[in-house]
Design a protein around this ligand. Structure first.
Ligand SMILES: [Zn+2]
Length: 380
């Protein structure tokens, strides 16, 4: 019975692959940069119509500064499962006209197609499929389309966390990892600014009176990079340095921008105090560090693995082999996993080149991945 059901789902969605591609083209044609409220709001309204057509109860969560968010809910039950699909992309307004959506050789191209408008298409067709085939998940499904994921979800984080706390699982329809792997972990992301203040002096007349912020920064940069532990998955990267005024002045100031990635909370708790507590080698220099963890790590824990095992068994019923992997990049799944809610990420299409001009997805993966999502929803 279960086997028959899963194959019916895949058959239904494969028959609608062209419709899925058409909808993807329509969504890609609506530019939605995180920083352009008018653009994202327009996509939000389109999605509200599409979800209403799919039989969902919808609510636009209005925002003043950032784009509006959409909450769509369907199905019944006291339990809840949360699906996350952000609407925003890293592409500016006008990009879809410069580089319009196209399909070539079984691949779909276009700004934001892979990351992650295809995930939105999957979510919508999953709802249509289960409704049309009369398969009812034993819980209600809440879909959140937020407008600001690509800039760290400043206005949607609290909403996501609130919905996640009410949910027994969270499915994130972000793009897959390499070769279609589903993501059971993501590194946490920290951002820090290090401001070094020394004493300026004439480099010729009063060199010894000066305390060089640049020399001090050089020591600190080497120390920061030495905190990297590739085996543990911890990386510390000073991405930019700025400092000094002229060659003949001992530099008064230097500023470093630091990126931190960690795989576990334990690693974060070990390395962050070291970054925050930088001490100058030259006692005449002061160091001020600001920042912290922007997204906590999504750890490869038993809760997330159990969800992956469910997805894998759903795939096996359809003859689709699913593998698991992780990434150094963060998503909204980091927030929900850190709350202790089982989270599975990378359920979006198979493809590559997120945030790059050669971004693409395999068209045939649209019905396949939507079938996996549908099967997971039914079996949770
Ligand atoms: Zn994304």
């Amino acid at each position: 019975m279960a086997l028959g059901r899963q194959r019916q789902i895949l058959g239904y969605l494969r028959e609608r692959q062209d419709d899925m591609v058409d909808l993807l083209g329509r969504l890609v044609s609506i530019d939605s940069p995180s920083t352009d409220k008018t653009c994202v709001d327009s996509l939000c309204e389109t999605l509200q119509e599409l979800w209403t057509d799919a039989g969902a109860r919808t609510e636009i969560i209005k925002q003043d500064t950032y784009g509006n968010h959409l909450r769509a809910e369907w199905g019944q039950g006291t339990d809840q499962v949360l699906i996350l699909c952000h609407m925003d992309t890293v592409w500016e307004k006008g990009e879809a006209q410069r580089r319009p959506f196209k399909v070539e050789g079984g691949k779909a191209f276009g700004p934001g197609a892979y990351d992650m408008k295809a995930g939105i298409v999957e979510a919508l067709f999953t709802a249509h499929c289960l409704g049309d085939l009369g398969f009812t998940p034993p819980h209600r499904v809440v879909v959140l389309h937020n407008s600001d994921e690509e800039i760290g979800s400043p206005s949607s984080r609290a909403i996501i966390e609130e919905e996640a706390k009410k949910s027994k699982a969270v499915l994130v329809l972000e793009p897959s990892a390499d070769a279609g792997a589903i993501k059971t972990w993501r590194k946490g992301v920290g951002m820090f600014q290090v401001r070094v203040t020394g004493r300026p002096a004439h480099a010729g007349a009063n060199y010894e009176m000066g305390a060089s912020a640049i020399q001090e920064a050089a020591h600190q940069i080497l120390y920061l990079h030495s905190l990297t532990d590739l085996d543990e998955g911890t990386t510390v990267n000073v991405g930019t340095i700025r400092g000094g005024t002229r060659a003949n002045v001992v530099a008064e100031e230097a500023v470093l921008a630091v990126d931190l990635r960690v795989k576990t909370v334990e690693a974060a708790n070990w390395v962050i105090p070291k970054i925050m507590g930088l001490r100058p080698k030259d006692p005449r220099v002061t160091i001020e560090v600001t920042g912290g963890l922007n997204r906590p790590p999504m750890e490869r824990n038993q809760r997330n693995l159990a969800l992956f095992h469910l997805a894998r068994s759903v795939g096996m019923e359809m003859g689709i082999q699913l593998t698991e992997s992780g990434t150094g990049g963060g998503s909204d799944g980091n927030f929900t996993s850190a709350l202790g809610i089982p989270t599975l990420d990378g359920l979006g299409p198979v493809g590559g080149g997120a945030h790059a001009r050669d971004e693409y997805l395999l068209v045939s993966s649209l019905p396949e991945r939507a079938s996996v999502v549908a099967g997971v929803l039914l079996n949770l």
